[in-house]
Design a protein around this ligand. Structure first.
Ligand code: NAD
Length: 433
């Protein structure tokens, strides 16, 4: 190209992904646009953040229990590896798409940098409703998917972990499959494993604990006491239920819970000592007796002080943002708030602790697990929880100072802290070749 001819316009990373302003990747792109003014000279690298480094789409064929053969689509996206190996969960859900996995991988890049872990960001998923599979089918699907993405994962390359509808058992099958294929037991290839296979104490509840720690700090700054605070939780799986238990232990009342089986409300506070065993037994909260049942949409009108979205992305829409009563929103889920809703809540004086710091407790203890696996030396649960608390508190303090300095939201401040670290790494490594 001659020096005078204009550069062709830069197209999006994958031309067949068409993000909308409220879709996960569209939301992420708008969050990047908002941080660029705070990046100074580093802003010239901002396009790096808008392009995943690598995206793998895999076919997962499987012989079902009834003898039929079905094909599932799987993904692993490595968004950015400038600061270290990829890190991010694997999601099994019927709505998983490449676009969603791209966004989730990008948020992992930002999250890992926000808490200063030596990782890049990645994410994976299979477009499947795992509730319709038998245990045997779930294992076969997991093993085939792991083999297919085995060409890009590894303890020094990209380390998966649990996310929606995946758990320690699925991580055990992934670790075993990778180890069988490579000929050596590789405990460090995934985190969130069972304790006997190199898992870490405290990992299962770590994301919920991080939500609690950041919520506790935010409440303190707002002058809100947790004793008696009314909390509403959407999504009562790993993240939502662990966070709810910690808030309840701190004296808060869990006044509403929603999951895929229904919405339950009790203004006097739901009794978690009865709700948790029912959840374990039935896999959902919909049949709980000690409460009123509400229409799912009414969840967003519940009178509460703290709202914890801990299910899926895009649930806090502009319309719902006008109705939310909480003064504090703790984003346990990834990407629950669309950009327009973000602005509405901000204008209404509602404080949002964004996903990229609020739910970083999980990846932080995943990092502890990975370090313990490499050193074959395991820490006590107390050591883990104390270190987690300190990392989260220190990270949030730096983010809060940045927000105060730039007079911006905690989300943009988290992106500013994280993107500076990512882009410094990018600049110092230089472009190859
Ligand atoms: P999970 O599978 O344990 O729980 C998901 C919960 O969401 C369940 O209670 C389910 O019933 C509920 N849910 C699903 N669809 C719903 C709907 N349409 N309406 C209401 N509720 C619905 O998953 P998880 O690990 O708790 O993850 C929840 C969120 O937290 C996700 O956004 C995930 O990406 C994020 N996250 C998880 C971790 C982790 O360590 N597990 C870490 C960081 C972020």
């Amino acid at each position: 190209m001659s020096p005078t001819s204009p550069m062709p316009p830069q197209t999006s990373f994958l031309s067949y992904v068409t993000p909308s302003p409220t879709s996960p990747w569209g939301t992420y792109l708008s969050q990047v646009d908002r941080v660029v003014p705070y990046l100074g000279e580093l802003g010239r690298w901002a396009e790096t953040l808008k392009r995943p480094k690598r995206a793998l789409i895999v076919d997962v064929p499987m012989e079902m229990d009834d003898g039929s053969v079905r094909h599932f689509e799987g993904y692993r996206v490595q968004h950015n590896l400038s600061r270290g190996p990829g890190k991010g969960g694997v999601r099994y859900h019927p709505d998983v798409t490449l676009e969603e996995v791209m966004a989730l991988s990008a948020w992992m890049t930002v999250k890992c940098a926000a808490v200063n872990l030596p990782y890049g960001g990645a994410k994976g998923g299979i477009r499947v409703d795992p509730k319709l599979l038998s245990l045997k089918e779930l294992e076969k699907m997991t093993r085939r998917y792991t083999s297919e993405i085995g060409i890009i994962i590894g303890p020094q390359r990209d380390i998966p972990a649990p996310d929606v509808n995946t758990n320690g058992q699925i991580m055990a099958w992934m670790m075993d499959t990778y180890s069988m294929n490579t000929g050596a037991t590789a405990t460090g290839v995934v985190t969130g494993k069972p304790i006997h296979l190199g898992g870490s104490l405290g990992r299962v509840k770590a994301t919920g604990r991080g939500v609690f720690v950041t919520g506790r700090e935010a409440a303190r700054r707002l002058g809100m006491s947790l004793d008696g605070a009314r909390v509403a939780v959407q999504g009562f799986g790993n993240v939502g239920s662990s966070a709810a238990e910690l808030f309840a232990q701190a004296g808060a009342k869990i006044v509403a819970v929603q999951d895929h089986t229904g919405t339950i409300v009790n203004t006097g506070g739901l009794d978690l000592s009865e709700l948790m065993p029912l959840l374990r037994r039935e896999g959902g909260i919909g049949t709980f007796a000690g409460c009123e049942k509400a229409a799912d949409e009414d969840f967003w009108d519940v009178d509460c002080d703290i709202l914890i979205p801990a299910a899926l992305e895009g649930v806090i829409t502009a319309a719902r943002a006008h109705r939310i009563k909480a003064k504090l929103v703790l984003e346990g889920a990834n990407g629950p708030t669309v950009p327009e809703a973000d602005d509405i809540l901000h204008d209404r004086g509602v404080l949002i602790v964004p996903d990229v710091i609020c739910n970083a407790g999980g990846v932080t203890v995943s990092y502890f697990e990975w370090v313990q696996d490499f050193s074959s030396f395991f820490w006590t649960e107390d050591e883990i929880n104390v270190r987690l608390d300190k990392i989260m508190v220190d990270a949030l303090r730096k983010i809060w100072d940045t927000a105060d300095r730039h007079k911006t939201t905690l989300r943009t401040a988290t992106f500013a802290v994280a993107c500076e670290r990512i882009l410094i790494a990018r600049e110092e490594r230089g472009l190859y070749p």
